[in-house]
Design a protein around this ligand. Sequence first.
Ligand SMILES: Cc1ncc(COP(=O)(O)O)c(C=O)c1O
Length: 391
Amino acid sequence: MKYDFNNIVNRKNTKSIKWDLADESVLPMWVADMDFEVPDAVREAIINRAEHAVYGYTKIDNGYFESIINWWKRRYNYLLKKEWIRYSPGVVPAIHMLIRALTEPGDKVVIQTPVYHPFFSAIKNNSCELVENPLKFENGRYTMDLLDLQSRLKDPKVKVMILCSPHNPVGRVWTKDELTRLGELCIENNVIVIADEIHCDLVYKEYVHIPFTSISEEFAENAILCNAPSKTFNIAGIQASSVVIKNDTLRRKFDQMLQSIGGLSPNIFAIEATVAAYNHGEQWLDELLDYLKGNLDLLTEFISENIPQMKVIKPEGTYLVWVDCRELGLSAGELNSFFLKEAKVWFNEGKIFGSGGDGFMRINIACPRSIIEEGLWRIYKSYNTLHENNF
Ligand SMILES: Cc1ncc(COP(=O)(O)O)c(C=O)c1O
């Protein structure tokens, strides 16, 4: 192992949303960034560029596109073309722009709840109506309800579907069969798919991420891939992502949208960090995935042995763990205050992810193992108090 993920980096007073919004006594395990230092190559690239000390307007060069293209070729055996790729500071603004470019006010957009909450605002902020295709939850595992999807897509007002792959917060890495059926249904009903694949590199060993647009030419023509190095390499504060659009008409619509907001001039550090991460970050990522699996195993075993009223939903990908807390018998408000005020750990409340989220919590395990241990210990102590009083 070259990297030491056990190393604790003090993130307090670094303008970190995760740490600086939290009360001093609270352990923050919520928003989706990691408490790990980035790969050496990323740090060096940023320092080198910073030392140049002139930070003028920035041109995206071939090296940027090549780093993205080579990453997808190496990791997914999927060939992208430079002409299809657009820079965006983030996937969330990209999804906002895409919805605006691809819909008229009053159109409908499908999402699979419970799901990443900014999808809701991307739809509402662009005067569209949200259509939920709730995931099915059976025997501790989530699957797509494809029959329900089929009926919802029949509504001619539905123009777009946002696919979260892998899925945040339930952690599913969708199978080729699931993605294929979803893609066929969207094509049959003239619904464009926005595939948010920001978590695609964070997949546990037994599972394989399949890029939605790689499944067939028809899917590639009917879908848009949104991706970023930010989750993979812990550079969310640097603001780099890409939007990949093969279909000329859809790409033109997105370009017109970019033009209408005056274009997006890239951040020089975003370009440097992206290139360094994709070209030199692979070993770091492989070691990270092993470390995250260790964290996940610890969390899962500890909870199942000591807090049986909480059930970990086994994630297939992402460092976000979805936990069913309904057997604790607390209302949504009580549950949040149990974790935040009693146990003093900050998780994301399930209800923010929409229907099906009540009674669940999302735990971010991308932190040194000692922080996981501390968090578990805090929950355990408060759980025992709750247990003595209630059960
Ligand atoms: C599914 C999903 N999409 C997008 C984002 C954020 O994207 P960005 O920071 O590039 O806007 C997140 C962050 O948690 C996410 O989980």
